[in-house]
Design a protein around this ligand. Structure first.
Ligand SMILES: [Zn+2]
Length: 336
């Protein structure tokens, strides 16, 4: 997928490659669906490429009819010096715990084994760990050794939107690259090219509801049902605090029956309240979902937001309590 936004981070990574400046481990952190994995993949190609080109040799040959000359590493279809850890990686090594998928000790062992031999085609060996927060404590402990004393030519790129799940000892030994949300205007320009002939209002709506995440905007543009579902969630959560207890009970029942992840809904709710707060501070260019100000006192907003944050944190740390947390916050926030 095309990379959009993140100019500063891209310049930094391109600069590393150009100036032959390498670190043995990186941490790409930032919200979900903003492009971390896409950028990490292109950076990994650059690390493996003989020409040290971001995106590999193929990014040099986008001009039609130009004779392509690929370096050996970029030509290697087996990609022997690259290991990708994600949900597709050896399914038997992704273990289940607490209803959540996780990377267990076997995954770490496979990474260590992969990095223990010299590169075969490239000058380096690169491991990319997507959703690194899924590494169990045991797996992190085992991986720590190789992060502390990496073999020559080994590079590990960890990607996560939940860095707090990783050991401080891992975090402190990686070069952390922070990725932030992509501006609505940038997403709109990109969508206009991606889905030409779409009505302007629809493009703007998708951009707004993607909350600064191009990956989400792409999914919405391809899946109208998903977009409608998300829009419904936003509309239900909007003005929630002004609803009567009876109305809240009805909405709550619907959420408990139909939501695929109440933790995500709570995050959306936070964004709505955060937007309202930005409006109340006259920061009208920063809100993500809302397009206009409502009349809620900022003191009330802060109170509700604080309560929501506390329960969201509990639900995030103990996923089994998500239902109870959502219910608690929905029924206990004061009416405004
Ligand atoms: Zn190359």
């Amino acid at each position: 997928m095309e990379i959009i936004g993140h100019t500063r981070q891209l310049n930094l990574l391109r600069g590393f490659l150009k100036n032959n400046l390498f670190f043995s481990s990186y941490l790409f952190r930032g919200s979900e669906e903003i492009g971390k994995k896409t950028i990490a993949l292109e950076f990994a190609k650059g690390l493996l490429c003989e020409n040290k080109t971001f995106g590999g040799c193929s990014s040099l040959h986008q001009i039609p009819n130009e004779r392509a000359s690929f370096c050996l590493s970029c030509f290697d279809s087996a990609k022997r010096d690259f290991l990708m850890i994600d949900e597709n990686f050896l399914p038997n090594q992704v273990i289940e715990s607490d209803d959540e998928k996780a990377y267990g000790i076997d995954t770490s062992r496979a990474i260590i084994k992969f990095l223990s031999t010299a590169p075969s085609v490239s000058q380096r060996k690169v491991v990319l760990i997507d959703e690194a927060h899924l590494l169990t404590q045991e797996a992190q402990n085992s991986l720590l050794k190789i992060i502390e004393e990496p073999p020559a030519n080994a590079v590990i790129i960890l990607i996560t939107d939940k860095p707090s799940y990783l050991y401080e000892t891992i975090l402190s030994r990686t070069l952390q690259i922070h990725f932030s949300l992509v501006s609505q205007q940038t997403i709109i320009h990109w969508l206009e090219k991606l889905v030409p002939r779409s009505p302007k209002s629809e493009v703007e709506e998708i951009s707004r509801l993607s909350l600064g995440r191009p990956g989400q905007a792409f999914k919405f543009s391809q899946d109208k049902k998903l977009l409608m579902q998300f829009k419904k969630t936003v509309l239900q959560l909007l003005h929630f605090e002004s609803k009567t207890i009876g109305q809240r009970q009805v909405l709550l029942k619907d959420f408990l029956e139909t939501s695929s992840d109440l933790r995500v809904d709570m995050a959306v709710w936070q964004t709505i309240l955060r937007d309202e707060l930005l409006f109340s501070f006259n920061l009208a260019d920063l809100p993500l979902i809302l397009s206009k100000k409502r009349s809620m006192a900022s003191g009330d907003l802060v109170k509700i937001l604080k309560r929501l944050l506390t329960f969201s944190e509990t639900a995030e740390n103990f996923p089994a309590t998500a239902d109870a947390c959502f219910k608690q916050v929905a029924l206990s926030i004061p009416s405004c």
